[in-house]
Structure formats: structure tokens, C-alpha cells
Design a protein around this ligand. Structure first.
Ligand code: ADP
Ligand code: MG
Length: 365
């Protein structure tokens, strides 16, 4: 089933890529006006008391029961920047206990598409929603660590030491961040050596999974910021992940290389880790004022359909500003549109995971 779905994505993506010059905007789409945020207010409430039927058929699949407090409603008549009816994502229910963590690889072999920004900002937004979050810097450039105010070259031990030295555990190199409930496993340039050194290891694809395993009961979400390549480090991240989140910059070459990424994800899920799934594609650096980015987003939706998050991240200089300050956007400029977008994404992601979990329970039993 998973193979079929992946094959369909790859097919759809290839078709979309070859059809790109002819892409026309969906006539129903309503894109945000100039200056308008792509996302709505983070605190939009559900209409109280509404229930969905116990189970209803949607395109031949069973949509599982969800309680009223978890129901996602489409806002009447509103279309989002992706050209689809815009659902309202509720605030998630508070957790009674923490763990086990869902592990998510934030992955795209293209650089500068917003992987690190998404890891920091989504992590911080999930922590605001009461989730215990661990961010793993798995890029030797250490941008995630820098973006959280750390100086990677000054660190005595990083994720590299955990991978390569049996005596060092992940718990030994964990740092709390400025965000309550969010910790960091930092990296620095040493990690580039691991790619070469791990080649000769037995079970070289599972080294990261082994070192993260003891932390899984401690957290609700572990986000791994991957480096811009599909090498052994990225395969390690995919092999221990439950899902992949793919940020895509809204520019013409966004889709280039996505077929290869999907193939890699497919190979890892069939050969190494059957639990690996696609959590979703996130459009970043969206600028509603340009026809170009709107067409690119329409092309991404044409290729990947519901896998594309409804939440879209606008292009704003506040993100580089926040990186310079070493803080997530949610702390640096809490009332900005960028912070609101990542809070919206956090609710959408939690809603997706919740639905996937319920669907899994239904199919299992
Ligand atoms: P990656 O990790 O994929 O290489 P980054 O998250 O480091 O990408 O982003 C690359 C650059 O783009 C950084 O300077 C970052 O601050 C900036 N950036 C990220 N997201 C946005 C955005 N939505 N709007 C404007 N700049 C952004
Ligand atoms: Mg990065």
C-alpha cells in the first residue's frame, strides 16, 4: 500500500514537473491579498458542540471518528493559499503524560529552503502547545545550533561524539533552549567526519536511531534538521523517523530533485524502516504578491494534493532577523505573521498525526 502511494506521488510529481510551464491557477483559488498573511489567527475556535458521524466514507477511505474537540472543520467558503478549502485546526488537547516521541526528519537535499527555520520555529510552536520537544541538529554546518544561540565550535561534545563514542550518551550533550520544554542536541563541523567514518560500521544506517532510542520516552516530538544532501547522515535520520516533513521554497526550481527525495524516502521505507511515512510538504518563502510563487504553489498542490500542508509560510525578513538574534521567531517576534504561521503549522501537524494514529488504530483492530 505504502509503495503504491509513494509510486503515485512520484508519478504525480514527475507529471507536474514536466507540465510546469502550462500550469494554470485553480479558478477557485483565493490567494491572500497584498500584505495579508497566508494564515489566519492562531486562536480561531471551533463551533462548539458539533460532532461528526462515527465513520464516514471519503473517497473510498474511512475517515475515523474524532471527538468534537478534535474535529477539523472547513471554514465555510474560504479558500487558503493552496487553493483548497481552508480547515480550522483546533488547539490540541493537553497531554496527561509525555512520550513516546514521534520522530520527524525535516528533509530536502536542496539548501536554503527553510529546513532549519522550520525545525526551530515548528519545535518552538509545538513546545508552546505543551509538547516536550527535542531538536536534533544533524547538519555539520550547525545552523540549528546557531539559530538557537549556541556557538557550535565552542562545544566540547556534540551529536558527533554520541554517534562515534560508546561512552557518550545523547543525554550527556543535551542542552535546554530559551524555549520552555524544548531541548537541543547540537552539532558542529565534526559531524562531517561521521559520514565517512560510519561507512565501515555494521548497521551504519541505524546509528542515530540507536542513540536517540533512550530519549523517545522523554519527549513528545523529536525533530531532526537534516543536511542538504541524501547521504548517509540523511539516511540515518530517515531510518529512525516516523515521518518526513519536506519544506519547499516557492520558486521555480522547487520541484527539481523532489523525485529523487521521494525515491530515497521510498527506498528507506521499503528496505530499512517500514514505519517511515510522509508527514507533508510545506511551502515556504511564499509571496502572495508574485504570480510566480502562486503558480509554483499551485504546481506543488497539483503534484502532491493533500500531502501539501494548508499552512503556508510567507517570505519575511523577520526569519533571518530571528536567526541573527539566536531565537525562534515565536520568541523573537511573538506577534509576527511568521510566528502565527508556524503556530498554525503546529496545530495542523498535530491534527495530522492524531488522525494518522486513529486511522492506524482502526486498521489494526
Ligand atoms: P535550509 O536549512 O533549508 O538550508 P534555512 O532555514 O537555513 O534553510 O533558510 C535559509 C535562509 O532563508 C536563512 O537565512 C533563513 O533565515 C531564511 N528564511 C527561512 N525561511 C524564510 C522565510 N519564510 N522568509 C524569509 N527568509 C526565510
Ligand atoms: Mg539548514
Amino acid at each position: 500500500m505504502r509503495r503504491r502511494i509513494h509510486a503515485r506521488w512520484v508519478d504525480a510529481m514527475l507529471k507536474a514537473e514536466s507540465a510546469q510551464p502550462e500550469i494554470k491557477l485553480d479558478q477557485r483559488s483565493r490567494f491572500p491579498a497584498k500584505g495579508e498573511s497566508a494564515c489566519r489567527s492562531p486562536m480561531q475556535a471551533l463551533k462548539s458542540g458539533r460532532q461528526r458521524p462515527a465513520a464516514c466514507a471519503v473517497a473510498g477511505e474511512v475517515l475515523v471518528t474524532v471527538s468534537a474537540s478534535r474535529t477539523t472543520e472547513a471554514s465555510a467558503g474560504k479558500f487558503g493559499p493552496t487553493g483548497r478549502p481552508l480547515p480550522v485546526f483546533p488547539d490540541p488537547q493537553p497531554l496527561l503524560r509525555h512520550g513516546p516521541a514521534r520522530v520527524v526528519a525535516v528533509c530536502n537535499q536542496k539548501g536554503g529552503v527553510g529546513k532549519t527555520t522550520t525545525t526551530i520555529s515548528l519545535g518552538a510552536a509545538l513546545a508552546e502547545l505543551g509538547r516536550r520537544v527535542l531538536l536534533v541538529d544533524f547538519d555539520p554546518q550547525g545552523a540549528l545550533s546557531v539559530g538557537l544561540g549556541f556557538q557550535p565550535h565552542e562545544l566540547d561534545a556534540t551529536v558527533y561524539n554520541v554517534l562515534m563514542e560508546a561512552a557518550v550518551t545523547a543525554g550527556d550533550v543535551l542542552f535546554p533552549t530559551k524555549v520552555d520544554g524544548m531541548d537541543l542536541l547540537p552539532s558542529n563541523i565534526d559531524l562531517s567526519g561521521a559520514e565517512v567514518q560510519l561507512v565501515h560500521e555494521v548497521g551504519r544506517e541505524f546509528v542515530l536511531g540507536r542513540v536517540l532510542a533512550p530519549l523517545i520516552p522523554e519527549y513528545d516530538v523529536i525533530l531532526i534538521d537534516c543536511q542538504p544532501s541524501l547521504g548517509l547522515l540523511t539516511v540515518n535520520a530517515l531510518a529512525c523517523a516516523d515521518g518526513v516533513l519536506v519544506p519547499l521554497e516557492c520558486e521555480y526550481f522547487a520541484m527539481r530533485g523532489v523525485a529523487l527525495l521521494m525515491e530515497t524516502i521510498d527506498k528507506v521505507s521499503t528496505r530499512l524502516s517500514p514505519k517511515l511515512g510522509m508527514d507533508g510538504l510545506l511551502a515556504t518563502m511564499y509571496d502572495s504578491r508574485t504570480l510566480h510563487t502562486r503558480e509554483v504553489l499551485a504546481g506543488v498542490v497539483a503534484g502532491f494534493g493533500d500531502k501539501v500542508f494548508h499552512t503556508v509560510i510567507n517570505r519575511t525578513v523577520r526569519f533571518p532577523d530571528a536567526s541573527v538574534a539566536g531565537e525562534p521567531i515565536t520568541l523573537f517576534d511573538p506577534s509576527s505573521a511568521g510566528a502565527a504561521s508556524y503556530r498554525e503549522l503546529a496545530r495542523e501537524v498535530l491534527d495530522r498525526w492524531h488522525r494518522a494514529e486513529l486511522a492506524g488504530r482502526v486498521s489494526a483492530g
